[in-house]
Design a protein around this ligand. Structure first.
Ligand code: JBK
Length: 235
């Protein structure tokens, strides 16, 4: 998979050189390209924002530097493969594990994380001629920009690509892939600071342990995430 990230803070994405994603790049499973949005401005101040048309608070990102940066990415892309453009925004569709699974099947993802009050709406319309455009939100809270959301999406998506994480079983068993929260987990020692591992977990009875884990997962989901519980029951 190829990933292009365009930002006024391209160094933000240095974290993607660490750990499993860094290894995947070294192994050639992933190609990650970073671009500085300001390299695609034309004025001497390299400005990327201006006040909102119609008034209001804050600043809006101008569409032209984004279009130029995206054209540079397109120039380096097989035109037959329509890349996916991800615009992280609190006004987008909620990014879920299902969305991660779909994105993991794409050959080329491009991220356009905005700062300030977001990107001029016309950028989306222009980009739709060249990209599959997805406006995605990672959740209902306020961030300083789309960079952190981009990192979250890249991590959730790339770990699903064969060869990025070693252990397929742990990938499968992960919370959310079944629609339930994870059951409680323990490790040695059996007694720790006056707290014990539940007996059934130490019993060596795999059927009983599996039953207990399932019950715990259901109990947790019911009380902590009634929204997930409803969907789980109706599926
Ligand atoms: C938020 O993807 N998001 O959720 C997001 C992107 C950019 C700014 C934001 O405040 N929540």
């Amino acid at each position: 998979m190829r990933i292009d990230l365009i930002s006024i803070f391209p160094e933000y994405f240095d974290v993607l050189d660490l750990s499993l994603i860094g290894r995947a790049q070294q192994d050639g499973v992933l190609q990650i390209h970073r671009h500085n949005l300001r390299d695609h401005t034309e004025d001497k101040h390299r400005s990327v924002d201006s006040p909102p048309a119609g008034g209001g608070a804050g600043m809006v990102m101008k569409p032209e530097p984004w279009a130029r940066a995206l054209e540079v990415v397109l120039a380096d892309t097989n035109p037959a493969l329509r890349p996916t453009l991800v615009i992280p925004t609190p006004s987008g569709e909620l990014f879920t594990q299902d969305a991660a699974t779909r994105l993991a099947e794409q050959p080329h993802l491009v991220f356009a994380p905005g700062r300030f009050e977001g990107i001029d709406e016309r950028l989306t319309a222009w980009a739709a001629e060249h990209f599959e455009v997805l406006r995605l939100s990672i959740g209902d809270y306020v961030l300083n920009g789309g960079e952190a959301a981009s990192v979250v999406i890249v991590e959730a998506v790339t770990r699903l690509i064969p060869g990025v994480i070693g252990n397929e079983a742990s990938l499968q068993e992960e919370s959310h892939s079944e629609g339930l929260l994870e059951y409680p987990v323990y490790t040695k020692p059996a007694h720790w600071r006056g707290l014990d591992i539940p007996e059934v977990v130490l019993s060596g009875n795999h059927a009983k342990t599996a039953q207990w884990r399932r019950a715990q997962a259901e109990e947790r989901t019911k009380s902590i995430r009634p929204d997930l519980w409803q969907r789980y029951q109706s599926s």
